[in-house]
Design a protein around this ligand. Sequence first.
Ligand SMILES: C[S@@+](CC[C@H](N)C(=O)[O-])C[C@H]1O[C@@H](n2cnc3c(N)ncnc32)[C@H](O)[C@@H]1O
Length: 204
Amino acid sequence: MTFDPQIPSWGKDFSNNVVEKLLPYHSWLSSTGVKTGLISPKNDQFIWDEFIVHSLYFYKIMLEINCSTEDIYDLGTGAGIPGIPLGIVSNNNVKLIDIKQKRVYELERFLQSQKLSNLQAIKADAQILLKQQENTTFVMRCYIPKNSLVKTLEKNLEINKNNTYIISSNSKNYDQLTEKFHVKQEKFFINTNEYRFIDVITVK
Ligand SMILES: C[S@@+](CC[C@H](N)C(=O)[O-])C[C@H]1O[C@@H](n2cnc3c(N)ncnc32)[C@H](O)[C@@H]1O
């Protein structure tokens, strides 16, 4: 099936060669990703727009906030979303965290086949990492709702002080967070007519 590997206007500045670099991942998602149950069956355009373009916006945010942490943790990575596109287009070390060993094996196979040495798939419980990691940037797409994340963070404010959380979001409403957290919400298009939200959360 043909599809258009489009990049919305917000991505034009960093999209040189980016499409070419991401096409093997797209192809893996639509074949192995579906076959092994990492993602449910989707058409090629959906995989590009919803998984890959959405992930690129995490990269755009990291550039804008001048993300300086050495490691990026993608919690509940599943098929490597958004961590694999992030690692492909950046030089950052990206740790792909999932609690399911089978997913980690599939990710490892892909990373080895593509020689993506700045990416690492790790079987771990994200909930434990959220309580332990300092000076870290976390990215999360469709792993937990923002409110659940905030409840966890509230219990560990000291540890989480120097962390940044970049999380996909459904809601426009974040007023209840602003007492303890800085929240910056981004609204962006993944194609010509559908938009999504991502929140950037830091502890005040
Ligand atoms: C809905 S999928 C989202 C996957 C991917 N981030 C995406 O956007 O398509 C959620 C993933 O989180 C993983 N997961 C659930 N609980 C977890 C935990 N406590 N620690 C790490 N991963 C977890 C699941 O195995 C699953 O792969």
